[in-house]
Design a protein around this ligand. Structure first.
Ligand code: SF4
Length: 372
C-alpha cells in the first residue's frame, strides 16, 4: 500500500500528518520529538532516490511517516520489483530483506540493523532440509516464506500464511514436507484434513507416512511472538469485552486460531478490520505494532473525513506484553544511519539466489494459476 499522502519536504505537513495518526498511541511530547527525525529521513531518502519498504510490524512513526510502501513481506518484494529506484531500504527483519534482494538482484538492498533476526527463520538450516529430503526422497518441500535464502534454495515451492492451504492442496501428492513453522503446519493441516507428523531435529523418530493418508512432515520452528498467545488470553478478554471480535495470525497455535473469530495473514487481518468498521472492538493476536498501525490508519481516515479523533470508530485491543525483539531493532535513528551511510547492504550468493528465486517464482506462478 502506498500511503505517504503528504508533502514530505514540508515540515508542517509532516507534523500535522504524524499528530493526526499517532494521537493516543504516543504521548504528544514523544510524537513531537519524532517529527524532525521523520522529516530528515524523508529529505535524505528523496535526495538519495531510495525506496523505503515498511513491514506491518514496524513502529507507527516509521510505518506511517517514512515507509513509501507498507505490507507483508511478499507484497513488499513485489512492489520493489516494480520500482525503478536503485536503493531499497527494508524496514523489517533479515529474511525479508533477503527476499527483496532475491527478487531485485540489481538493486542495493539495505537493512537498518544487523541484529534483526527471527526465531522462526533460524529454527532450520539448509542442512536440516537436505536431511529431510534424504529421509523422505521424492517428497516435495513446501517452505514458509519466513525462512532464510539458503533454506528457500533447498525448497520446491514457497508459501505464505494466506496461500499455504491452496498450494499444498494443488500439489499432486499425499505427503508434503511442510517447514519450518509447526503452528502454521497445524493450522493448514486442520484446514486441509491432513495428518501432521513433527519429528525431532535429528529425525531419530521420523516415521514413514501411511499409504493413502494425506500427511505433512513438519518442523519444530516457532515464532517466539505468536507462540505466546493462549486460549486463556482470549477467554480473559471476552469476559471483559463480550462483543470483542478476535483475529489471530496462523503462526499462533491451532487451539488459539480455533478459539478466535478469524485467522489470517497480517494483510488479511488488516483487510478484515477495514471491511467491517461497524464492529466495536477487535482483539488482534499478532505483533503489537500492527495493532498500533491499524489504530493510526483509523485515526488517519477520521482526519481525512474531517471527523475529530475521538469520534466513534472501531477500538483495537492488543496484548502488548508480546513484542518481537527482532522487529524492534529497526528504529528511526538506525533508518537514518542506513540511508546516510548506505549500510547495511544485504547480499545473497548468486547460486543460492537463483535457486531460492525459483521456489518463490513457483509459488507466484501457482498462486496466479489458482487465482489467489
Ligand atoms: S514476529 Fe515472529 S516470525 Fe516475525 S520476525 Fe518476529 S520472531 Fe520472526
Amino acid at each position: 500500500m502506498n500511503q505517504l499522502s503528504f508533502d514530505q519536504t514540508n515540515r508542517e505537513q509532516t507534523r500535522d500528518y504524524l499528530h493526526a495518526r499517532l494521537k493516543g498511541l504516543h504521548p504528544e511530547v514523544e510524537i513531537e520529538a519524532k517529527i524532525d527525525q521523520v522529516f530528515n529521513i524523508n529529505k535524505l531518502k528523496l535526495k538519495k532516490n531510495a525506496l523505503v519498504l515498511g513491514h506491518n510490524y514496524m513502529e507507527p512513526a516509521l510505518f506511517h511517516g517514512v515507509a513509501d510502501f507498507t505490507g507483508d513481506s511478499l507484497q513488499l518484494c513485489q512492489v520493489a520489483e516494480k520500482s525503478e529506484k536503485p536503493i531499497l531500504v527494508y524496514l523489517g527483519v533479515e529474511f525479508m530483506a533477503e527476499s527483496a534482494k532475491i527478487l531485485n538482484p540489481e538493486r542495493k538492498v539495505l537493512i537498518p540493523s544487523q541484529k534483526a533476526g527471527c526465531s522462526l527463520a533460524s529454527s532450520i538450516t539448509a542442512e536440516d532440509v537436505r536431511n529431510l529430503k534424504k529421509r523422505y526422497p521424492g517428497v516435495p518441500v513446501v517452505t514458509y516464506i519466513n525462512s532464510y535464502a539458503d533454506v528457500k534454495a533447498e525448497t520446491d515451492i514457497c508459501c505464505t500464511s494466506s496461500n499455504a492451504a491452496k498450494i499444498v492442496a494443488a500439489l499432486d501428492t499425499d505427503t508434503v514436507i511442510f517447514i519450518p513453522d509447526e503452528f502454521l503446519a497445524q493450522n493448514v493441516a486442520a484446514e486441509t484434513g491432513t495428518k501432521l507428523m513433527v519429528p525431532k531435529k535429528d529425525l531419530s523418530d521420523a516415521q514413514d507416512p501411511q499409504v493413502g493418508v494425506k500427511t505433512f512432515v513438519g518442523w519444530k520452528g516457532r515464532c517466539e511472538v505468536h507462540e505466546e498467545f493462549t486460549v486463556a488470553d482470549i477467554e480473559r478478554v471476552r469476559k471483559q469485552e463480550p462483543d470483542v471480535v478476535v483475529l489471530a495470525h496462523p503462526e499462533c497455535s491451532l487451539e488459539v486460531c480455533q478459539a478466535a473469530d478469524f485467522s489470517g495473514s497480517t494483510s488479511a487481518i488488516i483487510r478484515y478490520v477495514e471491511e467491517r468498521p461497524e464492529a466495536a472492538k477487535y482483539l488482534i493476536l499478532t505483533e503489537c505494532a500492527m495493532g498500533d498501525n491499524i489504530i493510526a490508519a483509523i485515526n488517519g481516515k477520521k482526519k481525512d473525513a474531517g471527523k475529530p479523533a475521538d469520534s466513534p470508530g472501531p477500538e483495537v485491543l492488543r496484548l502488548c506484553s508480546v513484542r518481537c525483539p527482532h522487529m524492534a531493532q529497526i528504529t528511526l535513528a538506525d533508518t537514518m544511519a542506513a540511508i546516510e551511510q548506505e549500510q547495511y547492504e544485504v547480499t545473497v550468493p548468486e547460486e543460492i539466489r537463483i535457486k531460492a528465486k525459483a521456489s518463490i517464482d513457483r509459488m507466484l506462478e501457482m498462486s496466479a494459476k489458482l487465482g489467489l
